[in-house]
Design a protein around this ligand. Structure first.
Ligand code: F3S
Length: 397
Protein backbone atom coordinates (compact mmCIF):
# COMPACT_ATOMS: atom_id res chain seq x y z
CA UNK A 1 0.00 0.00 0.00
CA UNK A 2 1.25 3.48 -0.80
CA UNK A 3 1.59 5.67 2.31
CA UNK A 4 2.21 9.42 2.34
CA UNK A 5 5.24 10.76 4.20
CA UNK A 6 3.10 11.64 7.20
CA UNK A 7 1.45 8.20 7.18
CA UNK A 8 4.89 6.58 7.09
CA UNK A 9 5.86 8.53 10.19
CA UNK A 10 2.72 7.32 11.95
CA UNK A 11 3.50 3.77 10.81
CA UNK A 12 7.01 3.93 12.22
CA UNK A 13 5.78 5.14 15.60
CA UNK A 14 6.78 8.83 15.46
CA UNK A 15 3.25 9.87 16.51
CA UNK A 16 3.02 7.44 19.43
CA UNK A 17 1.98 3.88 20.16
CA UNK A 18 -1.78 4.26 19.65
CA UNK A 19 -1.49 5.96 16.24
CA UNK A 20 1.07 3.36 15.15
CA UNK A 21 -1.17 0.52 16.26
CA UNK A 22 -4.14 2.13 14.51
CA UNK A 23 -2.46 2.61 11.15
CA UNK A 24 -0.94 -0.87 11.23
CA UNK A 25 -4.37 -2.46 11.76
CA UNK A 26 -5.91 -0.36 8.96
CA UNK A 27 -3.07 -1.07 6.51
CA UNK A 28 -3.26 -4.79 7.22
CA UNK A 29 -7.03 -4.94 6.63
CA UNK A 30 -6.74 -2.59 3.64
CA UNK A 31 -4.07 -4.74 1.98
CA UNK A 32 -6.26 -7.80 2.44
CA UNK A 33 -9.03 -5.85 0.69
CA UNK A 34 -6.72 -4.83 -2.16
CA UNK A 35 -6.65 -1.15 -1.17
CA UNK A 36 -3.73 0.91 -2.49
CA UNK A 37 -3.99 3.93 -0.23
CA UNK A 38 -5.68 5.48 2.79
CA UNK A 39 -8.37 8.15 2.69
CA UNK A 40 -9.64 10.74 5.16
CA UNK A 41 -12.94 10.08 6.87
CA UNK A 42 -15.33 12.55 8.46
CA UNK A 43 -16.98 10.32 11.06
CA UNK A 44 -16.07 7.08 12.84
CA UNK A 45 -18.79 5.00 14.46
CA UNK A 46 -17.57 2.26 16.78
CA UNK A 47 -19.29 -0.94 17.90
CA UNK A 48 -18.10 -3.21 20.70
CA UNK A 49 -19.27 -1.22 23.70
CA UNK A 50 -21.32 -3.77 25.66
CA UNK A 51 -19.45 -5.41 28.54
CA UNK A 52 -21.15 -8.68 27.63
CA UNK A 53 -19.56 -8.36 24.16
CA UNK A 54 -16.02 -7.17 24.79
CA UNK A 55 -15.37 -8.38 28.35
CA UNK A 56 -12.12 -7.85 30.25
CA UNK A 57 -9.85 -8.17 27.21
CA UNK A 58 -11.73 -5.33 25.48
CA UNK A 59 -11.41 -3.13 28.58
CA UNK A 60 -7.71 -3.91 28.74
CA UNK A 61 -7.18 -2.74 25.13
CA UNK A 62 -9.20 0.44 25.71
CA UNK A 63 -7.15 1.19 28.85
CA UNK A 64 -3.89 0.76 26.95
CA UNK A 65 -5.14 3.13 24.26
CA UNK A 66 -6.26 5.77 26.80
CA UNK A 67 -3.00 5.44 28.78
CA UNK A 68 -1.02 6.03 25.61
CA UNK A 69 -2.97 9.24 24.93
CA UNK A 70 -5.21 8.02 22.09
CA UNK A 71 -7.73 10.65 20.95
CA UNK A 72 -10.24 10.59 18.13
CA UNK A 73 -9.01 12.71 15.22
CA UNK A 74 -12.51 12.96 13.71
CA UNK A 75 -16.09 13.21 14.97
CA UNK A 76 -16.76 9.85 16.62
CA UNK A 77 -19.76 8.07 18.05
CA UNK A 78 -20.24 4.57 19.39
CA UNK A 79 -22.91 1.98 20.01
CA UNK A 80 -24.69 1.88 23.37
CA UNK A 81 -23.76 -0.24 26.35
CA UNK A 82 -26.15 -2.55 28.23
CA UNK A 83 -26.92 -0.60 31.37
CA UNK A 84 -26.15 2.69 33.10
CA UNK A 85 -26.70 4.25 36.49
CA UNK A 86 -30.29 5.30 35.70
CA UNK A 87 -31.46 2.03 34.17
CA UNK A 88 -29.82 -0.16 36.81
CA UNK A 89 -32.98 -0.33 38.95
CA UNK A 90 -34.71 -2.09 36.00
CA UNK A 91 -31.80 -4.17 34.75
CA UNK A 92 -29.90 -5.45 37.79
CA UNK A 93 -27.15 -7.49 36.20
CA UNK A 94 -24.97 -7.09 39.30
CA UNK A 95 -22.69 -4.31 40.57
CA UNK A 96 -19.61 -5.70 38.84
CA UNK A 97 -21.37 -5.76 35.45
CA UNK A 98 -22.61 -2.17 35.85
CA UNK A 99 -19.22 -0.88 37.00
CA UNK A 100 -17.45 -2.54 34.09
CA UNK A 101 -20.02 -1.16 31.64
CA UNK A 102 -19.54 2.35 33.03
CA UNK A 103 -15.78 1.96 32.80
CA UNK A 104 -16.04 1.11 29.09
CA UNK A 105 -18.18 4.19 28.42
CA UNK A 106 -15.76 6.40 30.38
CA UNK A 107 -12.76 5.05 28.46
CA UNK A 108 -14.43 5.80 25.13
CA UNK A 109 -15.40 9.27 26.39
CA UNK A 110 -11.79 9.96 27.38
CA UNK A 111 -10.77 9.26 23.79
CA UNK A 112 -13.37 11.76 22.55
CA UNK A 113 -16.37 9.62 21.62
CA UNK A 114 -19.30 12.03 21.64
CA UNK A 115 -22.38 9.91 22.20
CA UNK A 116 -23.56 6.31 22.46
CA UNK A 117 -26.30 5.19 20.10
CA UNK A 118 -26.78 2.75 17.23
CA UNK A 119 -28.50 5.54 15.25
CA UNK A 120 -25.62 8.00 14.72
CA UNK A 121 -27.39 9.26 11.56
CA UNK A 122 -29.97 11.07 13.74
CA UNK A 123 -27.20 12.91 15.56
CA UNK A 124 -25.09 13.75 12.52
CA UNK A 125 -26.76 12.75 9.24
CA UNK A 126 -24.08 11.70 6.74
CA UNK A 127 -23.66 13.69 3.55
CA UNK A 128 -23.90 12.16 0.11
CA UNK A 129 -20.50 10.95 -1.09
CA UNK A 130 -18.62 11.48 2.17
CA UNK A 131 -16.29 8.78 3.48
CA UNK A 132 -17.03 7.18 6.83
CA UNK A 133 -15.70 4.31 8.88
CA UNK A 134 -18.75 2.86 10.55
CA UNK A 135 -19.33 -0.36 12.39
CA UNK A 136 -22.93 -1.22 13.41
CA UNK A 137 -24.72 -2.79 10.49
CA UNK A 138 -27.98 -0.81 10.51
CA UNK A 139 -26.00 2.43 10.49
CA UNK A 140 -23.76 1.24 7.65
CA UNK A 141 -26.72 0.18 5.51
CA UNK A 142 -28.58 3.43 6.16
CA UNK A 143 -25.52 5.58 5.46
CA UNK A 144 -24.89 3.81 2.15
CA UNK A 145 -28.43 3.09 1.02
CA UNK A 146 -30.41 6.15 2.17
CA UNK A 147 -27.85 8.95 2.43
CA UNK A 148 -25.48 7.88 -0.37
CA UNK A 149 -22.46 8.15 1.94
CA UNK A 150 -19.63 5.61 1.64
CA UNK A 151 -18.62 3.20 4.35
CA UNK A 152 -17.61 -0.40 4.57
CA UNK A 153 -19.29 -2.65 7.05
CA UNK A 154 -16.42 -2.41 9.51
CA UNK A 155 -15.68 -4.28 12.68
CA UNK A 156 -15.63 -2.23 15.89
CA UNK A 157 -11.82 -2.38 16.19
CA UNK A 158 -11.23 -1.08 12.66
CA UNK A 159 -13.69 1.79 13.18
CA UNK A 160 -11.99 2.69 16.47
CA UNK A 161 -8.56 2.67 14.80
CA UNK A 162 -9.90 4.77 11.91
CA UNK A 163 -11.20 7.34 14.40
CA UNK A 164 -7.76 7.51 16.04
CA UNK A 165 -5.93 8.44 12.82
CA UNK A 166 -8.91 10.02 11.01
CA UNK A 167 -8.41 7.75 7.99
CA UNK A 168 -9.35 4.36 6.64
CA UNK A 169 -8.31 2.22 3.69
CA UNK A 170 -9.68 3.18 0.27
CA UNK A 171 -11.35 -0.07 -0.74
CA UNK A 172 -14.60 -2.02 -0.73
CA UNK A 173 -17.73 0.15 -0.73
CA UNK A 174 -15.69 3.35 -0.60
CA UNK A 175 -14.85 2.81 -4.27
CA UNK A 176 -17.63 3.63 -6.77
CA UNK A 177 -16.92 0.62 -9.02
CA UNK A 178 -17.58 -1.71 -6.07
CA UNK A 179 -21.05 -0.28 -5.47
CA UNK A 180 -22.78 -1.70 -8.56
CA UNK A 181 -25.72 -4.07 -7.99
CA UNK A 182 -25.18 -7.85 -8.32
CA UNK A 183 -28.79 -9.00 -8.23
CA UNK A 184 -32.25 -7.57 -9.02
CA UNK A 185 -34.83 -8.26 -6.29
CA UNK A 186 -38.47 -7.48 -6.88
CA UNK A 187 -41.00 -7.27 -4.05
CA UNK A 188 -44.19 -8.39 -5.80
CA UNK A 189 -46.30 -6.94 -3.00
CA UNK A 190 -45.32 -3.81 -1.06
CA UNK A 191 -44.68 -4.32 2.65
CA UNK A 192 -47.08 -2.08 4.61
CA UNK A 193 -46.55 -2.33 8.36
CA UNK A 194 -43.38 -2.01 10.43
CA UNK A 195 -43.47 -5.77 11.04
CA UNK A 196 -43.74 -6.48 7.30
CA UNK A 197 -40.80 -4.19 6.50
CA UNK A 198 -38.72 -6.04 9.09
CA UNK A 199 -39.74 -9.47 7.82
CA UNK A 200 -39.04 -8.37 4.23
CA UNK A 201 -35.58 -7.19 5.29
CA UNK A 202 -34.77 -10.48 7.01
CA UNK A 203 -35.76 -12.35 3.85
CA UNK A 204 -33.68 -10.10 1.62
CA UNK A 205 -30.59 -10.49 3.81
CA UNK A 206 -30.95 -14.28 3.81
CA UNK A 207 -31.26 -14.35 0.03
CA UNK A 208 -28.58 -11.92 -1.08
CA UNK A 209 -26.01 -12.57 1.68
CA UNK A 210 -23.01 -10.42 0.66
CA UNK A 211 -24.33 -9.40 -2.78
CA UNK A 212 -25.57 -5.86 -3.48
CA UNK A 213 -29.25 -5.96 -4.45
CA UNK A 214 -31.09 -3.48 -6.65
CA UNK A 215 -34.52 -3.53 -4.99
CA UNK A 216 -37.78 -2.77 -6.78
CA UNK A 217 -41.17 -2.60 -5.07
CA UNK A 218 -40.37 -0.68 -1.90
CA UNK A 219 -42.44 2.54 -2.08
CA UNK A 220 -40.47 5.72 -2.64
CA UNK A 221 -42.41 7.49 0.11
CA UNK A 222 -41.75 4.80 2.75
CA UNK A 223 -41.25 6.39 6.16
CA UNK A 224 -37.65 6.52 7.38
CA UNK A 225 -38.55 4.32 10.37
CA UNK A 226 -39.78 1.58 8.02
CA UNK A 227 -36.68 1.71 5.82
CA UNK A 228 -34.55 1.66 8.96
CA UNK A 229 -36.37 -1.44 10.22
CA UNK A 230 -35.95 -3.08 6.80
CA UNK A 231 -32.22 -2.30 6.54
CA UNK A 232 -31.50 -3.27 10.16
CA UNK A 233 -33.05 -6.65 9.35
CA UNK A 234 -31.04 -7.00 6.12
CA UNK A 235 -27.88 -6.31 8.12
CA UNK A 236 -28.81 -9.02 10.64
CA UNK A 237 -29.53 -11.91 8.31
CA UNK A 238 -27.15 -10.90 5.50
CA UNK A 239 -23.64 -9.51 5.18
CA UNK A 240 -24.15 -6.92 2.47
CA UNK A 241 -23.38 -3.29 3.27
CA UNK A 242 -25.50 -1.67 0.57
CA UNK A 243 -29.04 -2.03 -0.75
CA UNK A 244 -29.85 0.07 -3.80
CA UNK A 245 -33.55 0.97 -3.53
CA UNK A 246 -35.13 1.98 -6.81
CA UNK A 247 -35.83 5.76 -6.71
CA UNK A 248 -34.71 6.05 -3.06
CA UNK A 249 -30.96 5.42 -2.96
CA UNK A 250 -29.16 8.44 -4.50
CA UNK A 251 -27.14 6.13 -6.80
CA UNK A 252 -30.26 4.31 -8.07
CA UNK A 253 -30.71 6.77 -10.96
CA UNK A 254 -27.30 5.74 -12.24
CA UNK A 255 -28.10 2.02 -12.24
CA UNK A 256 -31.77 2.23 -13.27
CA UNK A 257 -32.44 0.12 -16.34
CA UNK A 258 -29.16 -1.79 -16.04
CA UNK A 259 -30.88 -4.78 -14.39
CA UNK A 260 -31.33 -6.69 -17.65
CA UNK A 261 -28.20 -8.76 -17.21
CA UNK A 262 -28.57 -9.35 -13.48
CA UNK A 263 -29.81 -12.47 -11.70
CA UNK A 264 -33.48 -11.86 -10.79
CA UNK A 265 -35.30 -12.86 -7.60
CA UNK A 266 -38.92 -12.24 -6.63
CA UNK A 267 -40.33 -12.05 -3.10
CA UNK A 268 -44.11 -12.24 -2.68
CA UNK A 269 -46.60 -11.49 0.08
CA UNK A 270 -46.69 -15.10 1.27
CA UNK A 271 -42.92 -15.14 1.84
CA UNK A 272 -43.17 -12.00 3.99
CA UNK A 273 -46.16 -13.28 5.99
CA UNK A 274 -44.39 -16.60 6.68
CA UNK A 275 -41.36 -14.76 7.99
CA UNK A 276 -43.52 -12.54 10.18
CA UNK A 277 -45.13 -15.57 11.79
CA UNK A 278 -41.81 -17.16 12.57
CA UNK A 279 -41.84 -16.47 16.35
CA UNK A 280 -40.20 -18.64 19.03
CA UNK A 281 -42.74 -18.23 21.86
CA UNK A 282 -46.30 -17.00 22.39
CA UNK A 283 -46.55 -15.35 25.83
CA UNK A 284 -44.24 -12.34 26.08
CA UNK A 285 -43.18 -11.34 29.59
CA UNK A 286 -41.99 -7.90 28.46
CA UNK A 287 -41.97 -5.82 25.26
CA UNK A 288 -38.83 -4.35 23.71
CA UNK A 289 -39.17 -1.42 21.30
CA UNK A 290 -36.31 0.60 19.80
CA UNK A 291 -33.85 -1.74 18.08
CA UNK A 292 -32.26 0.21 16.42
CA UNK A 293 -32.80 3.11 18.83
CA UNK A 294 -36.24 4.64 18.37
CA UNK A 295 -36.70 7.70 16.18
CA UNK A 296 -38.78 10.72 17.18
CA UNK A 297 -41.39 9.51 14.70
CA UNK A 298 -41.67 6.13 16.45
CA UNK A 299 -41.86 7.72 19.92
CA UNK A 300 -44.63 10.05 18.68
CA UNK A 301 -46.63 7.14 17.23
CA UNK A 302 -46.22 5.17 20.42
CA UNK A 303 -47.24 8.10 22.62
CA UNK A 304 -50.34 8.54 20.48
CA UNK A 305 -51.25 4.85 20.89
CA UNK A 306 -50.75 4.70 24.67
CA UNK A 307 -52.63 8.00 25.17
CA UNK A 308 -55.78 6.11 24.16
CA UNK A 309 -55.34 3.79 27.17
CA UNK A 310 -56.56 4.59 30.67
CA UNK A 311 -54.38 2.22 32.63
CA UNK A 312 -50.79 1.05 32.99
CA UNK A 313 -49.47 -1.98 31.07
CA UNK A 314 -49.72 -5.36 32.74
CA UNK A 315 -46.19 -6.25 31.60
CA UNK A 316 -43.12 -4.01 31.20
CA UNK A 317 -42.80 -2.01 27.97
CA UNK A 318 -39.19 -0.93 27.44
CA UNK A 319 -38.36 1.65 24.79
CA UNK A 320 -34.74 2.33 23.89
CA UNK A 321 -33.57 5.52 22.20
CA UNK A 322 -30.57 7.83 22.00
CA UNK A 323 -29.88 10.78 24.34
CA UNK A 324 -30.33 13.04 21.33
CA UNK A 325 -33.83 11.83 20.40
CA UNK A 326 -34.83 11.52 24.08
CA UNK A 327 -34.05 15.20 24.66
CA UNK A 328 -36.08 16.23 21.59
CA UNK A 329 -38.99 14.05 22.72
CA UNK A 330 -38.76 15.45 26.24
CA UNK A 331 -39.14 19.02 24.93
CA UNK A 332 -42.21 17.99 22.94
CA UNK A 333 -43.88 16.34 25.95
CA UNK A 334 -43.67 12.88 24.33
CA UNK A 335 -41.65 11.30 27.15
CA UNK A 336 -44.18 12.52 29.73
CA UNK A 337 -47.03 11.01 27.71
CA UNK A 338 -45.25 7.65 27.55
CA UNK A 339 -44.18 7.61 31.18
CA UNK A 340 -47.64 8.67 32.38
CA UNK A 341 -48.94 5.47 30.80
CA UNK A 342 -46.26 3.34 32.42
CA UNK A 343 -43.89 3.00 29.46
CA UNK A 344 -40.19 2.91 30.48
CA UNK A 345 -38.01 4.95 28.14
CA UNK A 346 -34.24 4.39 28.32
CA UNK A 347 -31.61 6.51 26.64
CA UNK A 348 -28.16 5.49 25.43
CA UNK A 349 -28.42 1.82 26.31
CA UNK A 350 -29.45 -1.36 24.45
CA UNK A 351 -31.67 -4.15 25.78
CA UNK A 352 -30.69 -6.68 23.18
CA UNK A 353 -26.99 -6.98 23.96
CA UNK A 354 -27.88 -7.42 27.63
CA UNK A 355 -28.16 -10.66 29.60
CA UNK A 356 -31.96 -10.42 30.00
CA UNK A 357 -32.15 -14.17 30.75
CA UNK A 358 -30.29 -13.52 34.02
CA UNK A 359 -33.29 -11.45 35.16
CA UNK A 360 -35.64 -14.36 34.50
CA UNK A 361 -37.03 -13.22 31.13
CA UNK A 362 -37.49 -16.00 28.60
CA UNK A 363 -39.95 -14.55 26.02
CA UNK A 364 -39.84 -10.96 24.70
CA UNK A 365 -42.36 -9.30 22.35
CA UNK A 366 -40.83 -6.90 19.82
CA UNK A 367 -41.75 -5.15 16.56
CA UNK A 368 -38.07 -5.21 15.55
CA UNK A 369 -36.90 -7.91 13.17
CA UNK A 370 -33.32 -7.12 14.14
CA UNK A 371 -34.12 -7.65 17.82
CA UNK A 372 -35.85 -10.92 16.96
CA UNK A 373 -32.67 -12.06 15.24
CA UNK A 374 -30.35 -11.17 18.13
CA UNK A 375 -32.44 -11.75 21.29
CA UNK A 376 -31.85 -15.54 21.27
CA UNK A 377 -28.13 -15.08 20.54
CA UNK A 378 -27.25 -12.19 22.85
CA UNK A 379 -29.97 -11.85 25.50
CA UNK A 380 -30.57 -15.64 25.51
CA UNK A 381 -34.35 -15.20 25.36
CA UNK A 382 -36.94 -16.25 22.82
CA UNK A 383 -39.04 -13.71 20.90
CA UNK A 384 -42.47 -12.93 19.48
CA UNK A 385 -42.36 -10.66 16.44
CA UNK A 386 -45.39 -8.35 16.84
CA UNK A 387 -46.81 -5.23 15.23
CA UNK A 388 -46.65 -2.11 17.40
CA UNK A 389 -50.44 -1.88 17.81
CA UNK A 390 -50.63 -5.57 18.85
CA UNK A 391 -48.00 -4.91 21.51
CA UNK A 392 -50.00 -2.00 22.91
CA UNK A 393 -53.29 -3.92 22.81
CA UNK A 394 -51.68 -6.93 24.48
CA UNK A 395 -49.83 -4.90 27.10
CA UNK A 396 -52.92 -2.93 28.19
CA UNK A 397 -55.47 -5.74 27.91
FE1 F3S B 1 -29.06 -0.92 18.65
FE2 F3S B 1 -28.86 -2.82 20.38
FE3 F3S B 1 -30.44 -3.10 18.34
S1 F3S B 1 -27.21 -1.59 19.63
S2 F3S B 1 -29.45 -1.95 16.72
S3 F3S B 1 -30.68 -1.57 20.00
S4 F3S B 1 -29.08 -4.66 19.11
Amino acid sequence: MHLTKEEEKIYSGEYGWSAEKAIRVIVKVGEAMGAERLIRISHAHISGVGYANIGESGISLLKDLVDSGAKMRVYSTANPGSVDYESYRFFQYGDLFRERQEEIINLYRKMGVQTFTCTPYYVRPPKQGEYLSWAETNAVLIANSIYGAKTNREGGLLALMSGIIGKTYYGGLLVDENRAPDVLVEFKSEPRTLGEYGAAGLLLGEIVKSKIPYVVGIPKNSKHEKLKTFLAAVGSSGSTGLVIFDKITPESAYYMGTGGSLEKIAIDEKDIKNKLENSMCTEPEAYLIGCPHASLELLKDLAEMVSQKNSHPNKPIWVFTSHHIYNEALKLGIIDKLENRGVNVFKGICGVISPLHKLGYSCIGTPSAKASFYLPKLAKTRFVLMELNSIIDDAYS
